[in-house]
Design a protein around this ligand. Structure first.
Ligand code: GLA
Length: 403
């Protein structure tokens, strides 16, 4: 992969070639991999993601006298041009809508945004469950926040980015991806309480003990994920309704308010699909808590076991895995020098994540990829990931922003 410096050079040169001057701002926002806590964020639960060294870079200069936004995507070799005061969804160029959506959310909230010119490029593989869309939204929010002095804090950047995805792009995602893309800390995971939005930085000491985070893309680009995703959300909501009715407790607002013991008291009265969905979410929250304890104690075996259990639960109770992911995860779990492995992200394709001993890394990559291809007939891509900090303004000054 090209270094950050060389990527910045390319994006700057493209900017100069297209717009005739140097960009005043350069921002970056990372993608993420979730270590454990899947499909819990929209149930007010707990998640444990890390931001990864795959990101979206944007170079831009404000054009304060105008309302025109001109953006060029180096990945798509396409332009997008529109007016800040007249934003609509573009069904022909889907990549444009993250930027458009974010600007619309901000202007509707009353933030003053003028025109600007930008070039963007990313290294987060798209459609893979590593949150390229969240990285894009957060990069745009970070850029306009700095460029137009909006004074928006980190959590609000995450919430506004999520709102753009929910309301404009139309995907009912939770808060995890945007939150960690903004607030991540290097060499650490974030334990995020998706109800209170409080978070704890959890140092990943295992990295210095020779373990690495390895993401493997199954080569299955998530198909139909959004409808399945929204269906899971609806099933959880139905679970909340039925459980609170059964227990006679009007105070139950989300699955976070229900224990496994309470769920089993309702067992006979819940359709089995709803029961399974609820069991996954409630047990996954417990696993996240246990995983954080295991990391604090340096108990790698327990951490790995919890990852493996999480996969079983996603596969059997939440039914968001697929044959390819199950194969990758099984091959990874069986491999010597692997602490644990599971699918990561929304599922139905995308990636697995494994914690692998660094000295086994090369053989793991070669052998697991070869065995996967032999079994599933698909080429897997491996990303060895370093946990990085959240979105940053790499270059930009007040003077240039107001110029
Ligand atoms: C997607 C969503 C997240 C989260 C995960 C599943 O990545 O964007 O909000 O719900 O799926 O854990």
């Amino acid at each position: 992969m090209n270094t950050l410096e060389s990527r910045i050079k390319v994006i700057e040169n493209t900017f100069i070639k297209r717009y005739g001057s140097r960009p005043a701002f350069i921002v970056r926002a990372p993608g993420r991999v979730n270590l454990i806590g899947e499909h819990t964020d929209y149930n007010e639960g707990l998640v444990l993601p890390v931001a990864i060294d795959r990101d979206i870079l944007i170079a831009a200069s404000p054009d304060v006298e105008s309302q025109s936004v001109c953006v060029y995507s180096l990945d798509y070799h396409q332009d997008d041009n529109f007016q800040v005061n007249d934003i609509s969804f573009d069904s022909n160029k889907l990549w444009c809508n993250y930027l458009r959506g974010l600007l619309q959310v901000l202007t509707h909230k009353g933030y003053h945004i003028a025109g600007f010119k930008a070039v963007l490029a990313g290294t987060v593989p798209q459609g893979s469950g590593l949150s390229s869309s969240a990285a894009y939204e957060v990069a745009v929010a970070t850029l306009v926040n700095a460029m137009f002095h909006l004074g928006i804090g980190g959590k609000d950047i995450a919430l506004l980015s999520q709102k753009a995805e929910n309301d404009f792009v139309g995907v009912q995602c939770g808060i995890m991806d945007q939150f960690v893309s903004v607030l991540a800390v290097s060499d650490a995971a974030l334990l995020i309480d998706c109800r209170s939005l409080e978070y704890t930085v959890v140092p990943l000491h295992f990295m210095s003990l020779g373990w690495t985070i390895v993401v493997v893309h199954s080569g299955v680009v998530r198909g139909l994920v959004d409808s399945h995703y929204n269906e899971r959300r609806a099933q959880c909501k139905e679970g909340v309704r039925l459980v609170s009715q059964q227990l006679g407790r009007a105070d139950i607002k989300s699955l976070r308010d229900v224990s496994l013991a309470e769920l089993s008291r309702c067992e006979a009265h819940l359709p089995s699909v709803i029961l399974n969905r609820c069991r996954h979410v409630i047990s996954e929250n417990c696993r996240v808590e246990q995983a954080v304890k295991a990391l604090e104690l340096g108990d790698m075996q327990q951490f790995g076991w919890l990852m493996n259990e999480s996969h079983q639960s996603l596969k059997n109770d939440y039914e968001v895995s697929c044959v390819e992911l199950d194969t990758l995860v099984a091959l990874s779990q069986e491999y010597p020098g692997v602490m644990g492995a599971r699918m990561t992200g929304a599922g139905f394709g995308g990636c697995s994540v494994a914690i692998v001993k660094a000295h086994m890394l090369d053989s793991f990559c070669n052998e697991v990829v070869a065995a996967y291809e032999a079994q599933c007939g698909k080429k897997a891509a491996v990303y060895v990931c370093r946990p990085v900090g959240g979105a940053t303004v790499l270059q930009g000054s007040v003077t240039s922003a107001t110029a």
